[in-house]
Design a protein around this ligand. Structure first.
Ligand code: ZN
Length: 458
């Protein structure tokens, strides 16, 4: 009995000592920066953009390879502080360029080229730990927050700026999955943080913490003279290597029995190397039957095939080559390329709600409510002019009002903003805005009318 007790207390003491030594390191403390969004909204935003990424990238569908990468990533994410808040998923992109990126909320993409370039498991784990660092430090939404604050006053959506809809924020900022997306353009400071957190995560997962920076050195050496995609997405912070080495010292040097490799890694690496070369960039869109870029960079014209939006309060149909961003009180429908200059809608439609000020008797006419909305829009768009107003129309089965405005187009020149308003049973005003440059408005008018015709207010 006595022996057992003492043995238990010895074990306890050992455990405590280990726990203490684990916390005795003097690692750099890293925390997410200022953010307008909640971690849950990071997930919403990431999921939205990941849908787009899945459509636009060629995702490698090899079950064994994906299972391996996803399991490795989840194991690393479990050791990243705050990682439990995000539903991490890891996919392989069938692209030979050595690159990787992470969307907010834990949607991580690793290029096939990065896996093939890694010498061992710890190196690819290092790249993934770096990406996980961007996620838990919330670098993507931190940048969106800053951009939103800077640009919101210019938005045409004067009446809905207070909305919490993540989709509407994305739409206003034109954030999507694109090479120049602000979600993926990190500062050198963010890179430095992701390096340090990636190194800490490698260490805590039991990998050789030097592996991440070894991989960066290797791809830098191999890409001499050429711009490496990885470093254009993840700009090299100053003294990258020495700051990581310094961090490893702070952690207490190499972890005991540090792992650096596994047979599984080499099996996957060999399998990928044996697969046919990936399709060249851009061919995915072409083979999907999407018209290629034959309109001088302008978005494709509205499709004549329609898809249905069926929301809680509203139902309507819209061209099936438009994407829907946001929902509820603020929604944007736009083709690829319809939202430009970091957030301005140049081609497409917005659907939003506006709360008019009622008079003392609690009365308001559709005309008065519409005038209030137009005043509000003009306040945030000084070059906006009213061309036609107070014209009767129908919104599905309801009485509506048509207003035509002219404004500066973010695509250059002037644009037409066709606004149709309708009062909702709860007293709010719905407004639909069809937007296109003047010279192209006639190509969009029909689609705008079809949307308005199809509206059903529930
Ligand atoms: Zn990075």
């Amino acid at each position: 009995m006595l022996v057992r007790t003492s043995r238990i207390s010895t074990i306890l003491a050992l455990t405590l000592a280990l726990a203490l030594s684990a916390h005795a390191d003097s690692r750099t403390q890293l925390k997410p920066g200022w953010n307008l969004f909640s971690p849950e909204q990071d997930v919403d935003m990431g999921r939205e953009v990941a849908k787009q990424a899945d459509r636009e990238l060629s995702i490698l569908n090899d079950r064994q390879a994906t299972t391996y990468i996803d399991a490795l990533g989840k194991q690393l994410a479990a050791h990243a502080p705050g990682g439990e808040k995000y539903p991490f998923q890891f996919k392989i992109v069938n692209d030979k360029a050595i690159n990787a990126f992470a969307l907010p909320g834990g949607f991580v993409y690793i290029n096939r080229g990065a896996i093939e370039a890694a010498d061992n498991e710890a190196q690819i784990a290092g790249v993934m730990a770096h990406e996980i660092g961007h996620v838990v430090l919330r670098h993507g939404t931190n940048q969106v927050s800053k951009a939103y604050l800077a640009q919101a006053p210019l938005s045409i959506l004067g009446g809905v700026l207070g909305s919490n809809s993540v989709g509407s924020v994305l739409a206003q900022l034109g954030v999507g999955f694109a090479a120049n997306s602000i979600l993926l353009k990190y500062s050198r400071d963010a890179e430095r943080q992701a390096d340090l957190m990636g190194t800490q995560t490698l260490y805590d997962t039991g990998y050789d913490p030097k592996a991440m920076v070894q991989f960066f050195e290797k791809i830098q050496a191999e890409s001499k003279g050429r711009a490496s995609e990885f470093f254009s997405d993840h700009p090299n912070p100053e003294n990258r290597i020495s700051s990581v080495q310094h961090e490893i010292e702070k952690l207490g040097g190499m972890p005991p029995r540090a792992r650096s490799d596994s047979p599984d890694f080499h099996e996957i690496k060999n399998k990928l190397a044996g697969m046919p070369a990936p399709p060249k960039a851009g061919t995915k869109a072409a083979t999907n039957g999407r018209p290629s870029d034959n309109r001088n960079g302008k978005p494709d014209l509205p499709s004549t095939r329609y898809t249905t939006y069926n929301g809680r309060d509203l139902q309507f149909r819209y061209p099936d080559n438009w994407h829907q961003y946001g929902q509820g009180s603020a929604m944007t429908l736009a083709p690829d390329g319809g939202i430009i200059n970091n957030g301005a809608l140049a081609y497409g439609m917005m659907i939003a709600t506006f709360e008019p000020h009622y008079d003392r008797q609690g009365q308001i006419s559709l005309e008065e409510a519409t005038d209030q909305l137009v005043d509000e829009l003009r306040r945030s768009n000084p070059n906006m002019r009213v061309m036609r107003s107070h014209e009767r129309t129908r919104v599905g089965r309801e009485r509506g009002l048509s207003t035509e405005l002219s404004n500066d187009s973010p695509a250059g020149g002037r644009e037409t903003d066709w606004i149709v308003t309708v009062l909702r049973p709860d007293g709010m005003l719905y407004y639909f805005v069809g937007v296109a440059p003047n010279r192209e408005f006639s190509s969009y008018n029909r689609a705008f009318e079809d949307v308005i015709d199809s509206v059903r207010i529930k």
